[in-house]
Design a protein around this ligand. Structure first.
Ligand SMILES: NC(=O)c1ccc[n+]([C@@H]2O[C@H](COP(=O)([O-])OP(=O)(O)OC[C@H]3O[C@@H](n4cnc5c(N)ncnc54)[C@H](OP(=O)(O)O)[C@@H]3O)[C@@H](O)[C@H]2O)c1
Length: 264
C-alpha cells in the first residue's frame, strides 16, 4: 500500500510533534489525512499547512481518553473521507511518577490516553476495515516500553502494555488482511520532551526526520520498529544493568522530575 493521492490516513495527536510532522509528510505525497486532537486552533492551522503542501485534510476534536468522544470523532472523520486505509494512533502523554505524593491520578490519565485511548481508536476503525477486507493500524509506542524506569513507571507501563496489546492484535488481524505496526521511537524533539535537558536525551532526533522513518516503516508494514538504533541498543543494555546503576543514573529525574508544561 503506497501513500499517495486518495490514501486515507487518520492520525491522532496531530496537533503537535510527531503526529503533526507525519501529517505534513503525508500531505507532500498527496494523501488525505483525518486529524484528531483536543486543540482546535492547532488542527485548523495544520489543515491549512496540509492543503498548501498538496494534501487534503479534515479535522475533528476529541479527548481520546473518552471512549464516546473518540468513537464519534473518528467515525466523523471516516465519513468525511469516505473510508479509512490507515490509522496512526499517535496521541500520547508523558508525566513523571512521583512517590511523595504518589500521583495516582496522573498515572490513571497516562494509562487512559496511552493504552485505553489507542484501544478506543482501534474500535473506531475496526469494523470499517473488516468490512472492506483491508487496512493498517499503527501505534506510536516508545523504546521506554521495554524497561521500567524510576520516575517513569506509569509511562513505561503504558507503553509496555501497548506493545503487547498491539502484538496480539497483529497476529489476530493478519488473517483479516489488516496489518499492525508498533513504532518505538527514542528521544524526539517535540513539546513532550522540551521540558527535559537536551544533554539527557542522547541521539535526540527532529520530529520531521522521525516522521520520514515512521512513514517508511508503515509502507513496509514493519511489525515492530525500534529507532534510532543507538538508543534501541542503549535500552537493551539498560535492561541488563543492575538496579543500583539505573537508580544512580536517573537520580536527578527521580528526585526532581521535569513536569509537562500543560496539565494532562
Ligand atoms: N517525543 C519523544 O521523545 C517520544 C519518544 C517516544 C514515543 N513518543 C510518543 O509519540 C507520541 C507523540 O508524542 P510527541 O512527542 O509528538 O508529543 P506531543 O508533541 O506532546 O504530542 C502529543 C499529541 O497527543 C495529543 N493528545 C494528548 N492527549 C490527548 C488526548 N487526551 N486526546 C487527544 N489527543 C491527545 C496532543 O494534542 P492535544 O493536546 O491538542 O489534544 C498532541 O497532538 C506519543 O504517543 C509519545 O508517547 C514520543
Amino acid at each position: 500500500m503506497k501513500f499517495g493521492l486518495g490514501q486515507k490516513v487518520i492520525i491522532t495527536g496531530a496537533s503537535t510533534g510527531i503526529g503533526k510532522a507525519i501529517a505534513k509528510e503525508l500531505a507532500k505525497a498527496g494523501a488525505q489525512v483525518g486529524l484528531l486532537a483536543r486543540r482546535k486552533e492547532l488542527l485548523l492551522e495544520l489543515v491549512n499547512d496540509v492543503q498548501t503542501l498538496g494534501g487534503k485534510a479534515f479535522y475533528k476534536t476529541a479527548d481520546i481518553s473518552n471512549r464516546q468522544e473518540t468513537l464519534l470523532g473518528i467515525s466523523e472523520l471516516i465519513n468525511c473521507m469516505n473510508g479509512v486505509d490507515i490509522l496512526i494512533a499517535n496521541a500520547g502523554v508523558g508525566a513523571p511518577t512521583t512517590i511523595q505524593p504518589f500521583n495516582v491520578e496522573t498515572q490513571e490519565k497516562i494509562i487512559k490516553v496511552n493504552l485505553l485511548g489507542v484501544i478506543y481508536c482501534i474500535e473506531a476503525v475496526l469494523q470499517t476495515m473488516l468490512d472492506s477486507g483491508k487496512g493498517q493500524i499503527v501505534a506510536i509506542s516508545s523504546l521506554a516500553g521495554f524497561k521500567g524506569l524510576p520516575g517513569e513507571s506509569g509511562y513505561t507501563a503504558s507503553k509496555a502494555g501497548l506493545n503487547t496489546f498491539m502484538e496480539g492484535m497483529r497476529i489476530q488481524l493478519r488473517p483479516k488482511n489488516i496489518f499492525v505496526s508498533t513504532i518505538c521511537p527514542g528521544f524526539i524533539k517535540t513539546p513532550m520532551t522540551e521540558v527535559n535537558d537536551e544533554k539527557d536525551m542522547p541521539w535526540l532526533m527532529e520530529a520531521e526526520t522521525a516522521a520520514k522513518i515512521i512513514i517508511k516503516a508503515i509502507q513496509r508494514k514493519t511489525k515492530v520498529l525500534r529507532f534510532p538504533w543507538q538508543t534501541s541498543l542503549l535500552m537493551r543494555i539498560t535492561g541488563l544493568l543492575p538496579d543500583w546503576i539505573i537508580e544512580r543514573v536517573m537520580k536527578k529525574y527521580n528526585d526532581n522530575p521535569p513536569m509537562p508544561k500543560n496539565p494532562l
